[in-house]
Design a protein around this ligand. Sequence first.
Ligand code: ADP
Ligand code: MG
Length: 630
Amino acid sequence: MATGNINVSVENIFPLIKKFLYSDHEIFLRELISNATDATLKLNHLVRIGEAKLDIGQPKIEVKIDKDNQTLHIIDEGVGMTKDEVEKYINQVAFSGAEEFLEKYKDSDSKDTGIIGHFGLGFYSAFMVAGKVEIHTKSWKDEPAAHWTCEGTTQFTLEEGHKQDRGTEIILHINEDEKEFLEDHKINELLVKYNKFMPVPIKFGTKEKELPKAKDAKEDEAPKKVTVDNIINNPNPAWTKQPADLEQDDYKKFYRELYPMQFEEPLFHIHLNVDYPFNLTGILYFPKLTNDLSIQKDKIQLYQNQVFVTDNVEGIVPEFLTMLKGVIDSPDIPLNVSRSYLQADGAVKKISSYITRKVADKLKSLFNDNREDFEKKWNDIKIVIEYGMLSEDKFFEKAQKFALYPTTDNTYFTFEELKSEISETQTDKDDKLVVLYASNKDEQHSYIKSANAKGYKVLLLDSPIVSHLIQKLEQDNEQKVSFVRVDSDHIDNLIKKETEQISKLSDEEKETVKTNFESVVPKEKYTVQLEALDSEAAPVLITQPEFMRRMKEMQQTGGGGMFGMGNMPEMYNLVVNSNSPLVSKILKAKDDAKKETLIKQSLDLALLSQNLLKGEELTNFVERSFKMIK
Ligand code: ADP
Ligand code: MG
């Protein structure tokens, strides 16, 4: 038996291993299973190229808990190691790797430890949970087995072993304070988390399986059961296959495999598959999205060669697509570095723009292939698309072909279609196209109704970031288009080129009405203006200038940063219809008190129709109304 010292300059590296990966102890299992997988795949390869002439069948990996001895076993049927190889790969190479790794990260702050845990420490991470680690291994080559032990110091023993079968068994003598790693449910949880899609079957215990009933079985005969290996992973997940080999149903099945607790079906998927200039495979799903983006639990998962790495893909996937679900798998994404470095990495940038392009292409083909279906899905996907249009210029350009603008009566236009549709009717005196929109069909009902009656189209734009989007669209159209909410500044003024309606009131009378109103309503809140509208139209209207309201909304949804305006005051236009009989009545009212009541009442009714009458004002209105009908 040989004993020796692992050759290191750092005096005692083991306490460091413990300290550094404190928050991420569990990754030891993933590391050891990754090694077992590598060893198995290496053997498969040797057999395939004819270098190892063996009948290996279907090698698997087994994880076993031995409660009596407080040990955890990871057993593979891979290439194994000779004694010389243990000396070389475990004592020298792996250790120097661990040493270098710790040296590099010993000064990084704790917030980065999650990333440290991603990859790098390999075999020696076993010492995070085990005081003593043993390796029993036998190489595929005809050489004696080897047995290595180390008790978490720089001393090890290496002797000839007694393992009979090819492969490697790692035995972890679990520390007193890491007992949870001897619990079935804990190990099962970790295997499912990290190894669900690893390429070699992983056995953890056994389970009962019902056999299909034999043809001649009696009606009431209980089904026969057999005990079979409990394989925790699917070694051939959908994303590793060619799109041509998969049906729609396979994608749906895989979605459920990925998110077993998710019952809602995805709307559609995008299969990613590229090997130049970087390697990337994966499947992204568009889920049904609600406006509440905070309740996102199932996230895109990042894998490296089928090993789960993280579900924090920030920096790798463009932000607007982090709302999607699915997997991406790439050996080309550097993992043991900080996020800010990641964002500057050339390969990662390319990956991010590749994903954006693929998503845009897919959306375009869905739109082209079945527009009707795309329109049906629009409400569930628009938030991602609109967000993407705002945040990525390339995506904005591509989205011109498929982004939709629905009207309040459910006709869907692309922006180009919309422009030609309304150019006749909705061009103002400066030749600007005026796009009317509503953000809420119920709240703005009366405005929509009267706009439609005049032959105008009204869009329904109700996502939370719409104010930003229309701002961008106006810019993109070089201010030749302006978006105006139906309840903003009175729309007739904006659009009509021809002569205005003739006012029934003289200029003098109009001035009187204006002063009457101004003496009753608060000046700092309302700008009173008289307009000659249809006599059937509402006598008094409240509008809020588009500009003011939009800036306010942009401030609320963030990212606007508009001219450093603090809290903007609430300002409204009070449009008084000089042709309304009620306004004539107000003008002619002899009694000042009566006049005031009429003005207050019409203002409140106008506010009420905009859902703006609240609190004390509402109480006063109700009291006044009761008095009036008494
Ligand atoms: P890495 O996997 O990045 O090479 P590790 O520290 O995880 O680093 O492992 C060090 C080396 O030890 C491996 O490269 C491999 O040569 C050897 N090794 C570890 N586990 C096994 C195993 N189960 N079977 C065969 N060789 C192994
Ligand atoms: Mg490894």
